[in-house]
Structure formats: C-alpha cells, structure tokens
Design a protein around this ligand. Sequence first.
Ligand SMILES: *Cc1c(COP(=O)(O)O)cnc(C)c1O
Length: 351
Amino acid sequence: MTYRLNDKIRDLKPYEPISGQYRIRLDANESFLPLPDDIIQKIRQETACAAYNRYPDSTAGELCERFAAYHGLNTESLTAGNGSDELISVLCNAFLMKGDSILTVAPDFSMYKFYASLSEANCVEYQKKPDLTIDVDDMIRCAARHNTKLIVFSNPCNPTSLGLKREEVRRLITSVPALVVVDEAYMDFWDQSLLPEAEQYDNLIILRTCSKAFAMAGIRLGFAVANPTLTKALHAVKSPYNVNTLTQKIGALILSEPEWIQASIRKVVESRDELYRGFRQLEADVGADMHVYPTVTNFVLIRLENAKEIYDYLLKAGIAVRFLGDFLRITAGSGEENAEVLRVFADALKR
Ligand SMILES: *Cc1c(COP(=O)(O)O)cnc(C)c1O
C-alpha cells in the first residue's frame, strides 16, 4: 500500500544544529562551564546503583523537591519535562484545540510556532518594533482581536537578548483571557522573574530550563511552574515517564549545589559583559553597519549588513555562532573563546 504523509508534516525537515567540528562553539547558548570534579564524583556514585530495570518516578518527586528548594517554590506547582522543549510540545498539544488561535511574537524562539503548527492551531505572530522591543498594550489588543487562547514568548528573549520588566508581563497576564506561557529560559541571568508569584495567577505557566544557566543541556531537563490546577492538568497530559532515571538523579544532585550554580551564573554574566564590551568596541570602530543590542542573557545579538559573510568567515576559522538573517547571535564563552571570536570577528570586518 502506498502511504502519503499528511499536509502538516509533509514538508518538515529535521532540526539541524550546525554539523561538523568547530574548535569554538558559541551557537547554542549552552554554559561554557563543565561540571567540577567533585560533582562528577557524586554523579558516578549516584548513578552506579540506580534501578535501571524499573521505570522512573513519573512525578520526578525528589527532583522537583530540589528545584522547589532552589527557587523557594511549592512542589505542587511543578512539572518536570524532558527539556523545556518537551513541555512546549505538551502545552501546544494539550492546551490548544484544532483551529484555536495562539499568539507568538517575532522574532522569538522558533519552537513555539513549530509545535503550534503540529497541533493544528492557528498561529498569529505579533511583530516586535524595529528596535526589537515589545509594545505590551498593542500585544494585548492583538490577542483580543484574534480571540487568542494561548500566548507564548521567551523573557528574556532568545534571540533578541532583551527582556520585558515584571510589571509589563503582569499587565499582559491580567489583561488577556488566555493562557500565558512565559519561557524564562534565560531568567537566571536577569532579575525580573515571576516565579515567586506564579501560583497567584489562573492563567500563567512559567517555563524554566536547566540547559542554560545550570549547565545541564546534555541531560535534557526543564520545568513548568504554575498554580496547582494547571499543574494537575499538565501532569495528566504529559507522558508518564517523560524524565528518565539518570536525568532525575543527576538533576537532583546538581540542584543540590546552589553555591556552584550561583558561582557559575556569576562567571557567565561576567563573560557576557566582557563579550558585550568587546563587540561594542568593534561597533564604535566600524560605525553604522553594525549594531550590538543590550543583553540580559548569556549571549549577544548583533545586527550586521553582511552577517552571512562574517558568519562564513568565522566558520572557516573554526568558530560556530548562530546565523539569523541580518543578525548573528553569539553565546558567552570562556575568556579565551571570547577573545578569539572578537579577534576573528574584527579580522572579518576589515575584509
Ligand atoms: C534554549 C532554550 C530553551 C531550552 O530548551 P531545553 O529543551 O530545556 O533545552 C527553551 N526556550 C528558549 C527560549 C531557549 O532559548
């Protein structure tokens, strides 16, 4: 029998991160800090004796307790996911009906639109202002006009590196008759989180990832934080064993090292500031063809006339950054990596 793929997936291509070997990887906003030896030792001990023949804890209880303790939250407001990516997928699939309207903003993280389209939602995209900031009142009107059921955006934003202040996000949440999903993937690098008040809202879900500030991209771990009613619904619709035993153990261990996490975040922020200053210096040197955006994340966004050429030049020199049309997004790296990307970037600009 012949089989035809349906319309919504026929033309999809697998997600393709940069392939190939690069000596410097500043393209995926990961932490540049490896785990220290003492934590690695603890992970060895913990994982040597796990019951691998058994299914994992479906509620990821201990893991959620550690995350709750780290942030001062209640465990009843937590759902663990196989990366926050999985949680975005679950949210789109379960909280949207076919044809419902979902509001995303542009530019923003591409996965929202992707999962919305798989769930056959009607995706409305709110265009940010030319300076890449959001006019919240305009966005609220846009949501009303399209009878939006779900609004999702990252704050601070990937890729713009800009953030919306708490007060603005509160205004949005309290003004729309829709579920608001605020993806705080980079909020560990800023101070405008709504986590402490997440439970107060009927219509708010906050996503957090362990892939960026917590240096755990490899184990795939993220959390949704919401009031107990929404959390129960999330638990009911996620797949039962979505977070595997290894991730639960390793995640719980690392979350029990708040001093290490805090020190790591400080180092990443220092690195980010150094990278930002370096690019601002280059901007001052070359003038109008280049603009460096302010950043409250672990990366720097640059608008460039000849972004593609610079990107190719960096790749040839063994340095991977993220190419986004007229923009390049560059993750904060180690001191040496930052110095090297700035050096090669300056070279490229001279050509
Ligand atoms: C990196 C990132 C994530 C993280 O996804 P994981 O699946 O947890 O690794 C989520 N949202 C945004 C905006 C990101 O940039």
